[in-house]
Each structure stands twice: as structure tokens, then as C-alpha cells.
Ligand binder design. Structure first.
Ligand SMILES: [Mg+2]
Length: 439
């Protein structure tokens, strides 16, 4: 059923709609549209100059229209006169192929053709910092092992409770909140859902956490490694796939073999095989910034572990690997970080997984070891990219994944990200001066 946004406005006392889309760098862009104009906008879309955002468009391109998807509408809990609505980017009547929500919608449609429906949950960790972004907001949050710190979470109870209350009101099914493994770091969990719903909620969650933190005089960040030496911001994804009848296609009676023993079906094993096969390439999307590579491949943190992988390995219920199969019918990808674009994250998981199903990919050996302690003994597992450039090169050399994600998207993404890498390497750092001046 298509929801009529004008009627929605009347029902909920909405004065403005925030028509929002996400660009290739994960930036959320919006226009505030007064309710009296929403009926036209719902059919025509809101106009944007695409070049002014990160979508690899030129100033000569025609207007880009962001057409709201009424199924995604959310009344903004801290500003109830505004409703946020995710939009799909259209130009001259056709989807803008590289726009992230369109990339995800294509993957979802491709899976649906195979009778498969991907459901995911994300664990979007974040830090609460001082407004200048330089320090942890709570000067007393200094424990060596701060994970689940009861005293520290209570000092930020007002922020955590406000966000959790909003999620309760929105019907997302939040079920736990904690202080995470780094000083100043938190995690809030809500129920898994269809990939597009999770991507929209993940986007809105970032907007909500930043907005609520700001209102309390703090600055929230999802940056992968905002503080040197502390655990970084992961965005672990929990993945399951369901068939047309609503049955978990990944679940099976406990069988034999490395995946069967964990209750993962043959189809689930192949999907996992696709993730393993394309891991180095998909890191360009799950770990899309220069800073991302300071979270994976990191030296041990002050808490004793990074909680981030550095090799392409999988296992059962053990958090030291890239993929964990915690129980029958689902697995957790621990690679993504807080900089991952909510839509591209889901899209690349589905693309890699479907390619695994198509090619009957084998996930390879299951390593039932503590990777933090014994990782050096694993010789035949690929290492994850060491930096953004390596990841972009891995993506570029993975023709199958590039094709699955779409050539227009892949080329646009690589072009903009290579420019970002160039900007980074041409940046003159203090480290260089310190290590080179007296040579
Ligand atoms: Mg966590």
C-alpha cells in the first residue's frame, strides 16, 4: 500500500518533510519541504543539483530528483513537526544507477528473483566526544577495560535513554544498550529487519544519535578509529536469508561438515562462500575511508583486543574472526566499520552472497582458533587490505563483484574514492616531518 504523505501529514501534525538521500560517501542530503507542497513532491520528487553531492555527476547534468519512498517515513521524535523520508534518486525518468539506495534496491530485486529475502541487523557503535571532537566527553571514563562499565553508562544515561526511548516509540524493537570496549564508546541494538528497512533505519540512527548528542552538548562520531590506541567503531552485520514462504533458508538441522555442524544450510554456506571469496574487494565498501584501516590491522588496544579482523577467516561462535556463525541460520560479518554507507553495506553483502550462491562458492576451512593469539599460525588465509588504496585495487580487480554491484556504480565509486586517496597522500603530515627532517 502506498502511503499518501499529505494524509500522513494531516494525521501526525507534520509541518515539514525532510526528503533525504545518501550519496556515495555516506553523506545524507535533504530538502525541507512544507507540507502544502508534499503531494507534488511525492510524485515528482525534490530537485537537486547532483554535482553538488558525491555522486560523480557534472554541473551539466540535468536536475536530479529525489523521489520519497513513503514506506520509509519517520516522524522525527525530537522534532515531531518534521517527518524524515528516504528518497530514490531519479534523472530524466530513470534511476541514477550509482545512487546508493538504488544500488541496494537492485540487489534486493535480484535476490527476490531467486526467491530469497535478505534480513540484516547492524551494530552501529559510536563515541561520545567533546564538541571539538578531540576528547572523550566523560573525563572519568578512563577504565582499562571499560566494556559494559555500569558507572560510565549511567553518566551518559540521559543521552542513551533518549535515543532508546525514540527507538521504542518508532517500533524498532530496541533490546539492549551498553558501554562498549573503548572509553567513550557505546552500542545500542535494535531488531533485525529486511535489508532496505535496516539500511533506512541505520541512516536515521546515525542522524538521530548525532542530533541527540548535539542537544546534550556532545559530539557523536561513527568514525572507525577516532582515538589512537582504543578499540574502533565497528558496524557488525548479522545476516540471514529467508525464502518466499518466510522460512530461514540459511538454517538447517545440525548436519555434517564445517558449516553443517553449525546449523548453516548448503545455501547459507555458499552465500558465506561468496562473502569469503570477495572479502578483500568488498572491504572497499565495508571499510571505505583512510581511517578504516587503522581499525582493522590495528595493534592491540589498551583493553587487550581490537575486536576487528585482519584476515579472511570464519568460524563458529568466536569473535576473533572476520565471520562468526554464532548459531543456526545466520552469521555475523565483523568487518564493516562505522564509516560504511548504510545502503552500500547491505548491497555489497547481498551482491557477494548471491554470487556465492550462483557459483556454489565454498567458504573454505573453518578455523576454530583464537585469531588474536594464534593468527600468525594461519598461513593460507588472505590478509585483509592494509589501506584504502589496496582495498580499491582489490575491488577494481574483482570483475565479478564490480559487475554484480553495477558498472556505473563501481566506476563512480572508484573514481571518487581514488580522488580521496590522492588527497590523503598529497596531504603533508606532521609524521613525515618528524621522521624525515633530519635524514
Ligand atoms: Mg560491539
Amino acid at each position: 500500500m502506498t502511503r499518501d504523505l499529505a494524509a500522513y501529514a494531516k494525521e501526525h501534525g507534520i509541518k515539514y518533510f525532510m526528503i533525504s538521500f545518501t550519496d556515495l560517501f555516506g553523506g545524507q542530503r535533504a530538502k525541507l519541504v512544507p507540507t502544502q507542497a508534499i503531494a507534488d513532491m511525492q510524485t515528482e520528487g525534490a530537485g537537486f543539483a547532483g554535482f553538488a553531492t558525491w555522486l560523480d555527476l557534472t554541473p551539466a547534468h540535468p536536475d536530479m530528483l529525489a523521489v520519497p519512498d513513503p514506506a520509509s517515513v519517520i516522524q522525527i521524535p525530537w522534532k515531531p513537526e518534521i517527518a524524515w523520508v528516504a528518497a530514490d534518486c531519479v534523472m530524466e525518468g530513470a534511476d541514477v544507477a550509482q545512487a546508493p539506495r538504488n544500488v541496494l534496491r537492485r540487489q534486493i530485486a535480484r535476490a527476490a528473483k531467486e526467491g530469497l529475502h535478505v534480513k540484516t541487523g547492524v551494530e552501529a557503535e559510536f563515541f561520545l566526544l567533546t564538541p571539538d571532537g578531540m576528547q572523550i566527553s566523560d573525563p572519568h571514563d578512563t577504565a582499562e577495560k571499560p566494556c559494559y562499565d555500569q558507572q560510565a553508562i549511567m553518566r551518559r544515561y540521559d543521552v542513551v535513554r533518549e535515543i532508546c526511548d525514540y527507538m521504542l516509540d518508532l517500533g524498532w524493537g530496541p533490546y539492549q544498550n551498553d558501554h562498549e570496549d573503548a572509553n567513550g564508546q557505546f552500542e545500542m541494538n535494535w531488531e533485525f529487519a529486511d535489508a532496505l528497512v535496516t539500511a533506512d533505519r541505520h541512516s536515521f540512527f546515525k542522524f538521530m544519535v548525532k542530533s541527540v548528542a548535539e542537544a546534550h552538548g556532545f559530539r557523536a562520531t561513527f568514525m572507525p578509529k577516532p582515538i589512537q590506541g582504543l578499540t574502533g567503531n565497528g558496524c557488525h552485520a548479522h545476516i540471514s536469508v529467508w525464502d518466499d514462504a518466510g522460512k530461514n533458508a540459511f538454517a538447517t538441522e545440525k548436519g555434517t561438515g564445517p558449516t553443517g555442524e553449525l546449523g548453516l544450510s548448503e545455501q547459507g554456506a555458499h552465500f558465506l562462500g561468496g562473502i569469503m571469496k570477495h572479502a578483500s574487494a568488498l572491504a572497499a565498501i565495508t571499510n571505505p575511508t583512510v581511517n578504516s584501516y587503522k581499525r582493522i590491522n590495528a595493534p592491540r588496544t589498551t583493553s587487550g583486543a581490537t575486536w576487528a579482523p585482519n584476515s579472511v577467516t570464519w568460524t563458529g561462535n568466536n569473535r576473533t574472526h572476520m565471520v562468526r556463525v554464532p548459531g543456526p541460520g545466520r552469521f555475523e560479518l565483523r568487518l564493516p566499520d562505522g564509516a560504511a554507507n548504510p545502503y552500500l553495506l547491505q548491497a555489497v553483502i547481498i551482491a557477494a552472497g548471491l554470487s556465492g550462491i550462483q557459483s556454489k562458492a565454498d567458504p573454505g576451512k573453518r578455523y576454530d582458533i583464537d585469531m588474536y593469539a594464534e593468527g600468525h599460525k594461519v598461513e593460507d588465509a588472505p590478509k585483509l587490505p592494509l589501506n584504502l588504496l589496496d582495498a580499491l585495487r582489490a575491488y577494481e580487480s574483482d570483475a565479478e563483484l564490480m559487475e554484480m554491484m553495477g558498472q556505473e556504480f563501481s566506476q563512480a565509486f572508484l573514481k571518487l574514492k581514488r580522488k580521496e586517496w590522492d588527497s590523503f597522500v598529497s596531504h603533508f603530515s606532521r609524521w613525515e616531518r618528524e621522521h624525515t627532517l633530519d635524514i
